[in-house]
Design a binder for this molecule. Sequence first.
Ligand code: UT7
Length: 315
Amino acid sequence: MKIIGTGSAIPKKIVTNDMLSEFLDTSDAWIYPRTGIKYRHVISDEKLEDLAAEAAVKALENAGMKAEDLDFIICSNVVNEYVTPSLSCIIQGAIGATCPCLDINCACAGFMYALDIAEAHYKAGSVKNVLIVCAEEPTRMTSWKDRNVCVLFGDGAGAAVLTEGDNIKGIKLSAASATDKLYQIRTLEPTPYITKEEQNISLQMRGQDVFKFAVKASTGDIRYLLDKLGMKPDEIGHYLLHQANVRIINSIKEFLEQPDEKFPTNVETHGNSSSASCPILLDECNRKGILKRGETIALSAFGAGFISGAVIMEW
Ligand code: UT7
């Protein structure tokens, strides 16, 4: 398969580090040097499904494809207002598609997992055109009284349209259960029969454990793929990494011994938008003409689970 169109949609509300310090014991002087984040876009009056549909429509326009020509929609999402139906079904209706739909929750690595699922469908010969949408509102998972986590996240949606081709060179996925390091728990509807204790816990994170996992998993996945393909890090034109923290990106860059210009970032202006982060960055790079047709690019992300994924592909 190959990617022939990208799109993204971002909430209009911009929240700067200084705005956070109006109600939290935090500051730009703490946030910016530790994360690289200057501001993030946060959902206010928008609905995530509308942002998801907007990103999808832009990706279809960019690909020159009609929604009715889609054979499959995969949506990566951790949280949205609907428990059911799936976000992919909501997107399908909004854009006027008629194909089967599937939601996945692979935290921040959702775009890589979605690409892997799509690739399996292409190999099975069951699809021609696939839409992937990663739509996330992690700002609704965190407590806005907890400075450890709420300062890190932003919302948005990124999409990609795929068609037949042989541009995927390799995909590496991983999962290593660590449910106490990064998690959120929500209570479900009560029943007369529930006897266990249940609680609502906003997003919790052991930041330094996540940091170490992120660097290890991302460099490990990329190196695994490079070795398997008999390639050197120099042969990758651009590395599009999950935008969680600029220090994580810098550590991965040092491990791979690659120059700054190969690592486009947008964490400064978006924060961490979970699985939407990679496709939003991909769309920005695509529209700015940063990626040259035919160059080899690497995508890599990591997140709650722990889970990680990397893809090496020809652009
Ligand atoms: O998609 C994956 C999701 N998550 C990530 O990728 C996050 C990975 N981890 C990180 O990015 C970093 O670990 C953080 C940015 C979360 C934290 O940076 P750190 O250098 O690891 O800081 P720390 O955890 O060592 O915290 C240092 C201090 C603590 O105070 P004490 O205990 O030393 O007195 C925190 O309470 O900074 C305090 N702190 C804050 N201070 C001001 C934590 N958050 C804040 C804040 N403002 N927002």
